[in-house]
Ligand binder design. Structure first.
Ligand SMILES: [Zn+2]
Length: 404
């Protein structure tokens, strides 16, 4: 049975939802190209969902698109483009890159700009419930009305203030009663898109977007809510405060699952630092299986440094797996083969330990090669390798040597 680490309780725990599992993963702000850090995040959740399905769970998966925020408006201005058109174009590019890696599309893929009346309604309910206040056309969440604020990130007030300032939380805003009160609605600025609300024209804050879309498409509680580890604070802390203030009877989320950060050239891979490895560039040289294997060669909670050696090793592994399936004969379902297959499952059940699962998969390929050399029948072992490989989203297709 799957034991999955939960950021809130700080330990692995079993799923609590029966066989119907809902998954919400914070999506992209579509204004730039897909980089390997995005791929790491979404490949991890793709494998988690494939693993759950292979165990008989039914999964409903929602991922949002933050198609309105300061970055996308700035980029659209720079390009002289409509921000919605920029968002659509970049969302399509992102989906194409992820499709190429075999990352399946979510069941629900809502865009923030199409959900604004529902967000306005939730903000109104927060005001009615005494959890929020209006100032000069802005609405703020009063964080002191939610006593569990801070439990998820486990940060001190000083640390929260520091991070909020770094990540655009604007704690110096004089309209707030407490610098950690956060924005639910921001008053329209000249030249920016805005929507009507009882507090005047404006647009929603980022955090309320995810609370609204998670509740609308999955209900509360959400079984698994995921994202990059950099979203724990403030984004997920704020989402939790809003959702549990709106629906205090049930927890917002059973399992908070956070994926480590990918570094490159000594820094977190990010648009602002410009140290990006683009998925589209890697696909010119390496197979989709190699890219997946490179990403799955680290545990999802680890933050790690990418370099060329990681992908070269992964390409060799991808080739070895594909070759094992191409062998004409091999060993039947020997005990070693069955032990490898069971260890593969056990590794994924152990907080999605993909490095160990990969090790077992390569062991399975080794058994097939050995069996083949010895002239035994290997079809069962090959069927098992294919089945387990599918859980990791592998296609076993090799790229032509000329394209390397
Ligand atoms: Zn979110």
């Amino acid at each position: 049975m799957l034991q999955l680490y939960d950021t809130l309780s700080g330990q692995p725990k079993p799923l609590e939802s029966g066989l119907a599992v809902s998954v919400y993963v914070c999506g992209i702000t579509p204004y730039d190209t897909t980089h390997l850090g995005h791929a790491f995040l979404y490949v991890v959740f793709d494998v988690l969902i494939r693993h759950l399905e292979s165990q008989g769970y039914t999964v409903t998966y929602t991922q949002n698109v933050t198609d309105i925020d300061d970055d996308i408006l700035r980029k659209a201005r720079e390009l002289g483009m409509d921000y919605l058109e920029l968002g659509r174009r970049e969302t399509e590019r992102f989906r194409r890159d992820l499709d190429a890696l075999g990352v399946r599309a979510p069941d629900h893929y809502p865009r923030a700009t199409e959900e604004i009346p529902q967000m306005v309604e939730l903000i109104g309910r927060l005001i009615d419930g005494g959890h929020a206040y209006e100032r000069a056309g802005n609405v703020y969440f009063r964080k002191d009305t939610y006593p569990r604020y801070g439990e998820l990130s486990k940060l001190s007030r000083e640390e929260m203030l520091e991070i909020a300032a770094e990540r655009g939380g604007n704690p110096d805003d004089p309209l707030r009663d407490d610098p950690l009160d956060f924005q639910l609605w921001q008053a329209a600025k000249p030249g920016e898109p805005s929507w009507p609300s009882p507090w005047g024209n404006g647009r929603p804050g980022w955090h309320i977007e995810c609370s609204e879309m998670a509740q609308r498409y999955l209900g509360q509680p959400v079984t698994i809510h995921g994202g990059g580890a950099d979203l724990i604070f403030p984004h997920h802390e704020c989402e939790r405060a809003q959702s549990e203030s709106l629906n205090p009877e049930v927890p917002f989320v059973h399992h908070w699952v956070h994926v480590g950060m990918l570094r490159y050239e000594g820094e977190k891979m990010s648009k602002s630092l410009g140290n990006l490895v683009l998925v589209g560039d890697l696909l010119q040289t390496y197979s989709p299986d190699a890219i997946r294997l490179a990403l799955l060669s680290r545990h999802y909670r680890e933050s790690w440094e990418y370099d060329e050696g990681v992908i070269a090793t992964a390409q060799a592994a991808a080739d070895e797996l594909a070759n094992a399936l191409a062998l004409p004969y091999g060993d039947g379902a020997s005990l070693d083969v069955l032990v490898r297959a069971a260890s593969f499952e056990a590794a994924l059940d152990n907080d999605l330990d993909t490095p160990t699962a990969l090790h077992e998969l390569l062991g399975l390929a080794g058994e097939i090669e050995r069996g083949s050399r010895e002239g035994a029948e290997v079809t069962n072992a090959q069927a098992l390798l294919r089945e387990k490989g599918r859980v990791l989203g592998l296609t076993f297709r090799q790229v032509a040597a000329t394209t390397r």
